[in-house]
Design a protein around this ligand. Sequence first.
Ligand SMILES: [Mn+2]
Length: 321
Amino acid sequence: MIDPLGRWAAHGYKPDYAGLLTYSGLPYTEDPAELEGVDVAIVGAPTDDLVSERPGARYGPRAIRAASSLAGPHLEAGVDALEALTVVDFGDAAVIPGDPVSTQSAIAAAVGDVVAAGALPIVLGGDHSIAEPDVRAAAAPHGPVGLVQFDTHTDTWPDVLGAELSHGTPMFRLVEAGIVDPERYVQIGIRGYTHGEEVWAWQRERGIVTHPMHEVRERGIGAVVDDAIARVGAGPAYLSVDVDVLDPAFAPGTGTPEPGGMTSLELLAGCRGVAAGVELIGADVVEVLPESVGSRDITAQVADRAVREILTGIAVRRSGK
Ligand SMILES: [Mn+2]
């Protein structure tokens, strides 16, 4: 285990911009044997080989690490997740650019190491295709799992222009493979002009619940998240956060931006609510394009805070508060 505090150890913290870059300055390891006793491990999945529109999500994990804030108590929740939980940065999966099949295997292997150690993986994307190996590995000990997805798009197309491996298809593939239980699968924030009746028909037949963005606008994020938690119910569940659920004003750097989305406040409250309300077995935050026009670290900052809210929700749930 490498302690990034390094030469600043005597001070108890280091300048944010100096020293080894890890998530929130957490200890770093790539050795699965060092995951013993760890509650949560951060895993990077830097790949964007399977996008249908703008590339650049391969730079997401580094940007999120660089934007990550230091440990400290959550003002509203009253817990310091990084104090309450043992969290480490497990580094990046050994992605192979141009070989998405090998990349997916590498992501599943890294997430599998975390799961085998009894820790909970939080995966930094990467485009949304990484959800397939993430959920597959996280669900392996459990059988079919629940899923809460914050997203503009359902990502339940059978193919995109004939391509079955795509960031538009992971949720279709996970349901069809029996890894996600469609009756415990809830989507929040869906909008835009891309979903045809064939998508809704496939989802309806399987009992997938959608809370579109206009419902979030009308009822508020709290009511929608309460419904999602009730629908997922007891039993293991995964949380997948596509930052394109945010309005591009809050997340300009993403692969398929769609105006009319959530504010940062709504998404952050939603992430904490879901993580505190369901039996979480893993999470990912995807589609951060830090090099996109107008993005720089704005999108990475909100992605980092989404991770922190998930960690806070986990800490709240485990504290029994
Ligand atoms: Mn998506």
